[in-house]
Design a protein around this ligand. Structure first.
Ligand code: UD1
Length: 441
């Protein structure tokens, strides 16, 4: 059981969300820290001997899973009111429990830290969202170049090393997870590691800054070439770090305005991290402004009338993230005109389209393209959330639908969204969460 105090993550058992279109949205929503950063920072805490404090942490199920994983390894984890403190001085196990590992993709981020610090790791092949094959060959090739011996079984991998050494690694494709695993392995290796073709996502930058805060030497942060000087096995130190805001959650509230109309101040969203997405939103006819009141800043989004259809394709950062795509397709479902959306990262990531079609959207897919012909309104009906972002897209679709949309599979939304329903209700959305006990974890 996690020592998680004051964290209020609802139990999703039997939960459903009911949502319907209503009046335009109005007010302020604050954006919590990014799921795809906080989980990596938690895993990277294994590299230090001191205590790592991570603030602005979202209250999401995946954080409790990562906390349970770290505790199973022997780390101390304390979570209270958006702040996580991890002390990894007493780690005694390098075999994270498979039942937890299999619940999310981010558990693959335990690989680099455990291997480089303890010389061995046995990891079940990680799970996560079901949107097609998600290989880890680049992670493995990078670690092998640093001297690791990796054996891949059907359901797990085992890696050992008598001490990793620096290496020159060139990625053909800027994989987020592989970049993160190689950087976290390299910080304790002997010598210099250079990663060419590194991923540049804001969450990768956040991880690098966290590691630098712990005492790591990393150059080129935010660029395509990262240079890491290892400590030759000496553990890193303590850090206090605020998690970067979740750009996909910010995009979810922008999408809500796109289909409902109104005006929202989205507090703590970082426009620089979302530039290409915001550009497309502006082309669709949304008014987007950077906003600041002296204490906090973010984005103001407003819409009058129907948005226009605009073609979109997903690409690694700084392109439009694949995680925005279910939201983009939902927005385009009710846009004026037709648009083609092209998926360049996960060809299988179109499963939620059947659900949108049930709601009355007109979408055809061919290969990795989707042709979306906008309709004036969707019609509410029961739908299922198949993964985190698709689940959020169902909520947005419900805001665009006449009548009631009932969403099941809420446990997927809870993996990555911190009180999506409460936040949308607070700005006037007609949305309710039903059918669960609700528990503090
Ligand atoms: C992370 C995010 C996910 C996001 C994705 C792309 C987390 C927990 N998940 O996933 O939400 O959609 O970045 O922004 O942070 N690939 C290989 N071999 C590898 C690694 C990746 O072929 O060894 C391929 C994948 O199949 C995919 C592409 O590279 O087609 C992108 O994967 P990657 O950037 O590694 O994504 P993740 O880190 O898994």
């Amino acid at each position: 059981m996690s020592s998680i105090a004051g964290s209020s993550v609802a139990s999703s058992d039997g939960a459903r969300i009911e949502v319907s279109s209503g009046s335009p949205l109005s007010g302020r929503i604050d954006v919590p820290g990014a799921k795809n950063s906080v989980l990596k920072l938690m895993a990277a805490s294994l590299l230090g001997d001191g205590s790592c404090t991570i603030t602005n942490a979202p209250a999401i199920i995946d954080v409790t899973i990562m906390a349970d994983l770290l505790q199973a390894l022997g780390a101390e984890v304390h979570i209270e009111s958006g702040s996580i403190t991890i002390t990894a001085a007493q780690v005694h196990c390098v075999e994270p429990p498979a039942d937890l590992v299999e619940r999310m993709r981010a558990s693959v981020n335990l690989l680099g830290p455990l291997l480089t610090r303890y010389g061995r790791v046995r990891l079940a092949l990680p799970g996560g969202d079901d949107f097609g094959a998600r290989p880890i060959d680049m992670h493995i090739a990078g670690l092998e170049a640093m001297g690791a011996r990796v054996t891949l079984g059907e359901r797990h991998l085992e890696a050992t090393s008598a001490g990793l050494h620096g290496a020159d690694i060139a990625f053909d494709f800027p994989s987020v997870g592989a970049t993160e695993n190689i950087v976290t392995a390299a910080v304790l290796a002997t010598g210099m590691t250079v990663i060419d073709g590194a991923a540049r996502e804001p969450e990768v930058v956040d991880l690098c800054r966290f590691l630098v805060g712990m005492g790591a030497e990393i150059e080129g942060i935010g660029g395509p070439r990262l240079t890491v000087r290892g400590t030759s096995g000496r553990p890193l130190g303590s850090v206090e770090h605020r998690v970067v805001p979740d750009r996909i959650q910010a995009a979810t509230y922008i999408a809500a305005v796109a289909v409902s109309g109104g005006r929202l101040e989205i507090v703590d969203a970082r426009p620089d991290d979302m530039e290409m997405f915001l550009r497309r939103c502006a082309e669709m006819g949304l008014e987007i402004e950077e906003w600041s009141d002296g204490r906090s800043d973010g984005i103001v989004v407003a819409r009058e009338g129907r948005i226009r259809a605009v073609d979109v394709q997903t690409l690694p950062y700084p392109g439009i993230a694949t995680d925005y795509k279910p939201l983009v397709i939902t927005m385009l479902s009710v846009a004026n005109g037709s648009a083609v959306v092209t998926e360049n990262l996960y060809p299988g990531r179109f499963r939620y389209i059947d659900e949108l079609t049930r709601l009355g959207a007109d979408i055809r897919t061919e290969g990795h393209h989707a042709l979306v012909r906008g309709v004036p309104n969707l019609r509410g009906c029961p739908v299922r959330a198949h993964d985190i972002r698709a689940g959020a897209a169902m909520v947005v679709a419900g805001l665009a639908a006449q009548g009631t949309t009932t969403i099941t599979g809420v446990e997927h939304i809870d993996r990555g969204y911190d009180d999506l329903v409460g936040r949308l209700r607070s700005v006037g959305a007609h949305i309710t969460r039903l059918g669960e006990a609700g528990s503090a974890l």
